[in-house]
Write a protein of this length. Structure first.
Length: 325
């Protein structure tokens, strides 16, 4: 290779690196004022004592913040939110939803810089993302990486109830303790996820910002809680028998492993080992398909449910009740 070619190649490398750096720098400068460093405190007989730390994203100028539920959940919690402009404001918890790992706080102040929320459904694997948070208490830390995978599921528990958070974003942008509740941002500076977990070296997970989580955030802001429907079954995926596979044009359904006593599912006549293939006219292949329909809108509504029981197909009716947490 000639000296001219070497020079051209180096120039291209520098240009590419500069373009990458400019994007990360621009995103960091735009979002840093919108990400708070949380010091979580718990009331005790001795007064307020430290109970954890994390990050939060500003939703509105008048103090609404979005963070991870596991950062602030627990009795008697509150704390202080620090910003890059030097302000430190007390906050209270407005609402916590452990089953989505999201929580809304209200800071005691105004004139905050709200972040722009994006749409995680538009992300692509390999796309550049930037994580902004406060790992190990180091405020305003920025890491960059790519979307490593989409469509992951993350278990979340509230008491005895467990659900799976759908469409979790996997990224290799470095996350550490304290990043939880911070922003995962696309190259346009839009928040596409709330960083929630470190699953291993180079493996971070974020709850997506999408239509479902926007509804959850809205419910927490308005009512302080999220209402969900409850069937009273535990289940898991199971391959369909060959005849059903050919008839329905799909490979799996959800097997009912357990039916809770006195639950809507028991009253509907469901049994263990029933294979659910359709709910309220929607095909069911995974547990997520059932969970997605268990919203506030279906509480008290009569839903059709199609199950395979042995070699028979049954059409049942079930009326979900509100899930108590």
């Amino acid at each position: 290779m000639s000296a001219t070619s070497d020079t051209t190649f180096s120039a291209r490398e520098v240009e590419a690196l500069d373009a990458y750096s400019r994007i990360v720098v621009d995103v960091a400068e735009r979002l840093a004022p919108s990400v708070a460093n949380l010091r979580v405190l718990r009331r005790s007989r001795a007064g307020q004592i430290p109970a954890g730390a994390g990050s939060a994203v500003v939703l509105t100028p008048d103090g609404f913040l979005l963070t991870s539920a596991h950062v602030v959940a627990g009795p008697g919690r509150g704390g202080r939110a620090a910003f890059v402009d030097g302000r430190e404001l007390s906050f209270r918890i407005v609402g916590v939803d452990r089953l989505s790992d999201l929580a809304v706080l209200r800071a005691d102040g105004d004139g905050l810089a709200p972040a722009t929320l994006g749409e995680a459904e538009q992300l692509r694997v390999g796309q550049l993302v930037v994580a902004i948070g406060n790992p190990n208490g180091f405020a305003g830390s920025v890491t960059a990486g790519v979307v490593s995978a989409l469509g992951r599921s993350l278990p979340a528990r509230a008491g005895r109830t467990m659900r799976y958070i759908d469409n979790v974003i996997q990224t290799d942008a470095a996350l550490n303790p304290g990043n939880s509740g911070g922003a995962l941002v696309d190259s346009a500076g839009r928040v596409v996820g709330i960083n929630t977990a470190v699953a291993g070296v180079g493996l971070g997970l974020a709850v997506p910002i999408n239509a479902a989580t926007r509804q959850i955030v809205g419910a927490l802001m308005r009512h302080g809680r999220v209402r969900r429907a409850y069937l009273g079954i535990a289940g898991g995926p199971r391959p369909l028998p060959p005849a059903a596979r050919a008839q329905l044009g799909r490979d799996s359904g959800v097997e009912t492993v357990e039916v809770a006593a006195g639950s809507p599912a028991e009253r509907a006549g469901m049994r263990s080992e029933d294979l659910i293939v359709e709910l309220d006219g929607h095909p069911v292949e995974r547990v997520d398909d059932v969970q997605r329909l268990m919203t506030e809108a279906t509480i008290g509504q009569t839903l059709s449910i199609r199950v395979l029981r042995g070699d028979r197909t049954l059409e049942l009716s079930v009326r979900p009740v509100e899930l108590g947490q």
